[in-house]
Design a protein around this ligand. Structure first.
Ligand SMILES: N[C@@H](CCC(=O)N[C@@H](CS)C(=O)NCC(=O)O)C(=O)O
Length: 204
C-alpha cells in the first residue's frame, strides 16, 4: 500500500496513526501542497479532488481520511480501533462524520486563517471568518466536552478510530489558537491520545 500525505495535515495524521497502531506496512509519499504537487495529472487520476490523504492498495484508490481509516482497520481481524459490533461501528462513524461536518470544519478554518495562509503567502487572515469559526468551534466543543466527562475514550472503554479522528485537530490546537481554555474534559482526554505510541510516532 501507498499513502499520499502531507506532514502537518490533521487529515493525514489520523490515517498515519492508524497505520502505526495496526502495524500495517505502507509506503508514505509526501505531496508538497505548497508546490501544488497535488495538481499533477498523475495524482488527479488517483484523486480528482486533488487532496491528501489518498491511499493506494493495488488497483484501488481511496480518498477521504475516515473512509481510509475504516478500510485499513477492516484488514486486521479483531482489532479494537474498529470492532465488528454494528452499534459500536455506528457510534465511531457518528463521531467521524460529526468531526468532518462540524468540529473539524471549524478547526480547519482557524488553522487556514491563522497558519496556512501565512505559510503559503495567501494573504492576511480574515477576521470575520475567524469570528464565525470560533462561534462554531464553541458550539461543538461544548458537545464534545460534555460527552467526555467521566470517560477515558470517546466510544466505549478503549481507544477507537473516533479518538484518532477527533484528536487529530487537537494536535494543531496551539498553532491554530483553538479556544480550548474552558474545555477541561477535552484537554484531559487529548492527553490520553497524546500518550499513545502510534500517536507519538505519527507526528512526522
Ligand atoms: N475530507 C477530506 C479533507 C482532505 C483535505 O482537506 N486535504 C487537504 C490538506 S489538509 C488538501 O489536500 N488540500 C489540497 C487541495 O485542496 O488542493 C479528508 O478527510 O480526507
Amino acid at each position: 500500500m501507498k499513502l499520499y500525505h502531507f506532514p502537518i495535515s490533521p487529515n493525514s495524521r489520523r490515517v498515519v496513526a492508524v497505520l502505526h497502531h495496526l502495524q500495517l506496512p505502507c509506503e508514505l509519499q509526501t505531496l508538497d501542497l505548497g508546490k501544488g504537487e497535488q495538481l499533477q495529472a498523475d495524482f488527479l487520476k488517483l484523486n480528482p479532488n486533488h487532496m491528501i490523504p489518498t491511499l493506494i492498495d493495488e488497483a484501488f484508490s481511496l480518498w477521504e481520511s475516515n473512509a481510509i481509516m475504516q478500510y485499513l482497520s477492516s484488514k486486521v481481524p479483531n482489532n479494537t480501533l474498529w470492532p465488528s459490533d454494528p452499534k459500536v461501528q455506528a457510534d465511531i462513524s457518528r463521531w467521524q462524520f460529526w468531526l468532518v461536518a462540524h468540529f473539524g470544519s471549524a478547526c480547519g478554518v482557524l488553522l487556514f486563517e491563522r497558519v496556512i495562509k501565512g505559510m503559503f503567502n495567501m494573504g492576511e487572515a480574515n477576521v470575520q471568518e475567524i469570528e464565525k469559526a470560533e462561534e462554531r468551534f464553541h458550539r461543538f466543543a461544548k458537545v464534545l466536552d460534555a460527552h467526555l466527562a467521566g470517560r477515558e475514550w470517546l466510544v466505549g472503554n478503549v481507544v477507537t478510530l473516533a479518538d484518532f479522528s477527533v484528536g487529530s485537530w487537537l494536535a494543531v490546537a496551539e498553532h491554530a489558537q483553538l479556544p480550548l481554555a474552558e474545555y477541561t474534559e477535552i484537554q484531559r482526554w487529548y492527553r490520553n491520545v497524546e500518550q499513545l505510541p502510534a500517536w507519538k510516532s505519527s507526528a512526522l
